[in-house]
Design a protein around this ligand. Structure first.
Ligand code: FE2
Ligand code: FE2
Length: 247
């Protein structure tokens, strides 16, 4: 089921959007952030019913969706949502994936987090390849205003909040051109992978905490090892990939 959902989204992006970069990013960022809405919806419901209070998880998943919103605003500023057909594909996909993920999260939160880990890995690969293929072209283009406001000039509390594997204020991207923007976006996706891996650990109920939590000194060794295993492989694969510059 999880593999089917991941493969379907990847097929649509790879097949129909192979040669249309910004519409592809637009569809990816629209659909791939709705699972975070699904998680927060279910957590809100459980909390309202008095069944399960996980307000810190709500805050982290909201921060993840806030980060993904800014990826979407960046690609919108670049014209990714110009055509109604792309908006139609993105909105339909978002609607369908939202309800499926609400259902999956109710049955098995770990499967829902695993789904999102896979999607975030796909996003990391997508942006990493884009950076390698278009480095010079991207360095010559200005950064969208929304990116400068988000990564440099805005309130960075929520930016730190979704990066649960390290202390707050560790990442402060410098944005001077479009290359820097997509470098920051790619690295955000890797941070989402780490957070999703941490959510799937057996002891996550007690150990998964906000970077702003005063009791959150450090993640347990088992979580650190699981993150290292998942992301080490991902980064190694990206490093092995030969850059193909397309200008
Ligand atoms: Fe994203
Ligand atoms: Fe993402």
């Amino acid at each position: 089921m999880i593999n089917f959902l991941v493969n379907t989204l990847e097929f649509i992006l790879n097949f129909f959007y192979r040669d249309r970069t910004y519409p592809r990013f637009y569809v990816l960022e629209t659909v791939a952030r709705v699972p975070y809405f699904a998680y927060t919806s279910v957590l809100h419901l459980y909390e309202s019913m008095g069944w399960w209070r996980k307000s810190d998880w709500l805050k982290i998943h909201f921060a993840e969706s806030w980060n993904e919103l800014h990826h979407l605003l960046i690609v919108e500023e670049l014209g990714g949502n110009k055509y109604w057909i792309d908006r139609f594909v993105a909105h339909s996909g978002a609607f369908i994936y939202y309800w499926i993920l609400v259902f999956v999260y109710m049955i098995s939160p770990r499967s829902a987090y695993h789904f999102m880990q896979k999607i975030e890995e796909h996003a990391y690969h997508t942006y990493d390849t884009f950076l390698k293929e278009h480095e010079d072209e991207l360095k010559a283009q200005p950064a969208p205003v929304v990116a400068v406001n988000y990564y440099q000039d805005g309130d960075l509390y929520l930016f730190d909040e979704f990066q649960t594997s390290h202390p707050e204020q560790k990442r402060r991207p410098k944005i001077e051109n479009l290359y820097d923007v997509y470098l920051a976006v790619r690295d955000d996706e890797l941070e989402h992978v780490k957070t999703m891996v941490a959510c799937q650990q057996i002891d996550a109920q007690t150990t998964f905490k906000s970077p702003h939590d005063i009791e959150n000194k450090t993640s347990p060794e088992s979580t650190k090892l699981a993150i290292e295993k998942a992301t080490g492989q991902l980064v190694q694969e990206a490093l092995k990939q030969e850059p193909v510059k397309i200008n």
